[in-house]
Design a protein around this ligand. Structure first.
Ligand SMILES: [Zn+2]
Length: 349
């Protein structure tokens, strides 16, 4: 059994984008409640952690952006962009969310736990260096990756983003570097509009962005195949020193914003692949950070399935595992993404 640290905090519930907003505190409340009632809770660590400082946020964000978000502090309701609203404590919550992912990466790096899950909000992967986007204030995962490169000695970080939306902010943050490989599966075309097959990076980063744009309706087996046949071989060639995951549960079959068809078993399998990859390639260093997911049962069930795999007590049967591992058949989006990635990754040839 592995030691998994969970980063949770009541302050994340204080970020309130306003009545009727889909990215509501109830999302995280549903996860925390499920976690409190789950038997696996006793196997988890719940470390203390603090907010990301302005200096750490500035590893990924402009001073102007940090200032704009900070200026919302104490104000009951501000609109930073049409989708992204704040309440009095949103700035504090956003700093703590970024701080949680940073602390998780640091803890995993220093061996305080085997792997970690930052159960945070506001989410992060749409936030650009200089502006908010899609419910995101600061890019939690990008800030943590920058921190890992700047302060923990990492030279190669793999970011996997399985949220239904493309992580435009994360892609752009590392578009021209080979120190971060960004791998995203997402519905396309869809919000935020980026994430086409031909967005592959630029300069030194050419080939280090891999997008797998998908039509709606993709199920557990489709995602399993994309991980098995594209992510795993590329990761083995890249040899990351740490895996970061933008874990979005809006690919869940019942999500009100999406049309994908992933079940908790699918989330379990995707997590299992990442746990195994991390153990094979980088001493198990794996950090998940919560992004989207708007069906409460999908969030609770999906996160628990991920955590169960992280501690090594996953609920997948041998038969289910065999089905996931050996899934086959035509999948055009995967074939196209492979053809594109082959230009850069010899392992696929
Ligand atoms: Zn999303």
């Amino acid at each position: 059994m592995r030691t998994t640290a969970v980063f949770r905090h009541e302050l994340f519930l204080e970020h309130d984008p306003g009545y009727g907003h889909v990215e509501s505190p109830d999302r995280l409340r549903a996860i925390y409640q499920a976690l409190d009632g789950a038997a696996l809770r006793r196997h988890l660590l719940f470390p203390e952690f603090g907010p990301a400082s302005e200096e750490v946020l500035a590893l990924n964000h402009t001073p102007r952006h940090i200032f704009r978000v900070k200026a919302t502090a104490g104000k009951p309701f501000e609109v930073l962009d049409p989708d992204t609203h704040t309440s009095a404590r949103s700035y504090e919550a956003a700093c703590l969310a970024a701080g949680a992912v940073v602390a998780a990466v640091e803890m995993v790096m220093r061996g305080g736990c085997d792997n970690a899950y930052a159960l945070v909000r506001p989410p992060g992967h749409h936030a650009e260096a200089d502006h908010t986007s899609g419910f995101c204030l600061f890019n939690n995962v990008a800030v943590a990756a920058r921190y890992g490169l700047a302060h923990l000695g990492f030279k190669r970080i793999l970011i996997v983003d399985w949220d239904i939306h493309h992580g435009n902010g994360t892609q752009h943050a590392f578009y021209d570097t080979d120190q971060v490989l960004y791998f995203s599966t997402h519905q396309y075309p869809f919000f935020p509009g980026s994430g086409s097959l031909t967005e592959t990076g630029s300069g030194k980063g050419e080939g280090y962005t891999i997008n797998v744009p998908l039509q709606g309706g993709q199920d557990d087996l489709a995602f399993a195949r994309i991980f098995n046949e594209l992510l795993v071989p590329v990761a083995r060639q890249y040899r990351p020193e740490c895996l970061l995951v933008s874990a979005g549960y809006d690919i869940y079959a019942g999500d009100p914003l999406g049309t994908m068809a992933v079940t908790p078993a699918g989330f379990g399998y995707l997590t299992r692949v990442l746990v195994e990859l991390a153990e094979e390639l980088c001493q198990g260093r794996l950090v998940l950070a919560l992004e989207g997911g708007y069906a409460f049962d999908g969030l609770a069930g999906g996160v628990l399935a991920s955590l169960a795999e992280m501690i090594g007590e996953g609920g997948l049967t041998t038969e289910q595992l065999a089905v996931f591992r050996h899934a086959a058949g035509p999948l055009r989006a995967l074939a196209e993404a492979k053809t594109e990635a082959k230009k850069y990754w010899t392992t696929l040839s």
